[in-house]
Design a protein around this ligand. Structure first.
Ligand code: GLY
Length: 371
């Protein structure tokens, strides 16, 4: 199977995203031409390291690159100040000079943390993303958003720092459990909902085989998602406007994640799935979109086993959800920016959402969730 290559067009900081199977074994050959020196520092976690670290290092050696590595604990808690500091120390101890390529091998946590460390070390060193989860392949590894979490919220400290290249090896998705694949898939659905109704239609027909491991379907879905993201990032790298469309479902989703303590009770992608339903239902309530667009989205998520409403495991407090939304970093002058839609594939940004309607929707969904 061939590799699909998509370019993120950012002038002299442009970079390729390579998508296909078998790319871990070609990491050295693909990374070496982008290197200024001949040493690479691979940053990964203790879940991914036993699966893929040796293969990546072997391929670097075959390309004449000397690899070093640092292995961090797996999990969202690693994306904090403490681990940032230990990673920066490890980088300095490894005498990372500007000539050393930093390689982030793992999911969104490793990519965001490593990218941020690369952004601030020596005021910026080169790095490569090798995303190994569906979520990081279709979203977080592309576009240069890097950062860490604090007790005030997720990703509130960070920097824009573009990678030199992204290698999305779709074979790595085979070692994810179904829940992780589904959570990443929510971000794939997002691209159909934002501005690509035909892609949403394709997903309605093909998502089940994609989830079940079909390589062609996976490569197509990752490529369409990355192409959409590359186009949006090229148009608005620092989120002055259109890039905010990528936050469809996220303002709601972050509130749900905050309420569930950013824990395994609700994965980011699951929160985004519910958040996208909220965005479509709110759009219908406000008379902007036909109610059946929300229905179509709900039917699609339900068919795959992704959540489409608030889980009945807990009682949801509408005021607390509203206050989490106010804490979101997309708030400007006290007003939350929402991504709403006029239909599937027709999303837009607005800060004009009557709080009463928002509260009414949340109350309705909380009632529906009651066990
Ligand atoms: N994940 C949203 C963005 O990269 O802008």
């Amino acid at each position: 199977m061939t590799t699909t290559t998509i370019i993120v067009e950012l002038g002299e900081r442009s970079y390729p995203i390579h998508i296909g199977p078998g790319l871990l074994d070609r990491a050295g050959e693909l990374i070496a031409p982008a290197m200024r020196g001949n040493r690479a520092l691979v940053v990964t976690d203790d879940r991914v390291a036993p699966l893929y670290l040796e293969r990546v290092e072997r391929s670097l050696v075959a390309a004449g690159v000397t690899p070093m590595h640092t292995v961090l604990p797996a999990g969202e808690k690693t994306k904090d100040f403490g681990h940032l500091q230990s990673l920066l120390d490890a980088m300095l101890e490894a005498r990372t000079e500007r000539g050393v390529m930093v390689v982030a091998l793992g999911g969104g946590v490793i990519g965001d943390l490593t990218g941020f460390a690369a952004a601030i070390l020596l005021r910026g060193v080169d790095f490569v993303q090798i995303p190994t989860t569906l979520l990081s392949q279709v979203d977080s590894s592309v576009g240069g958003k890097t950062g860490i979490n604090t007790r005030h919220g997720k990703n509130l400290i960070g920097a824009f720092h573009q990678p030199r290249l992204v290698l999305a090896d779709i074979d790595t998705l085979d070692t994810l459990d179904r829940r992780q694949v589904l959570a990443g898939y929510a971000e794939v659905v997002k691209y159909g909902l934002i501005d690509d109704a035909p892609f949403f239609g394709w997903l309605e027909t093909n998502a089940a085989r994609l989830i079940d491991g079909d390589l062609d379907a996976r490569r197509h879905a990752v490529a369409v998602s990355c192409r959409a993201k590359a186009r949006i990032v090229a148009a608005d790298e620092r989120e002055g406007g259109v890039r905010a469309l990528l936050n469809l479902g996220h303002t709601f989703g972050h509130a749900l994640e905050a309420e569930t303590g950013f824990s395994d009770e609700m994965l980011h992608g699951e929160a985004v799935a519910i958040g996208m339903v909220m965005a479509f239902r709110l759009s219908a309530r406000l008379g902007l979109a036909a109610p059946d667009d929300a229905g179509r989205l709900v039917r699609h998520l339900d068919a795959l086993g992704l959540p489409s409403g608030l889980p009945g495991r807990r009682e949801w407090d509408v005021d607390r959800l509203l206050s989490h939304m106010q804490g979101d970093k997309k708030v400007k002058d006290g007003k939350v920016t929402f991504v709403l839609a006029r239909g599937i594939g027709q999303s837009f940004l607005t800060r004009d959402v009557p709080e009463a309607e928002l509260a009414a929707l949340l109350a309705e969904m909380a009632r529906e969730s009651a066990p």
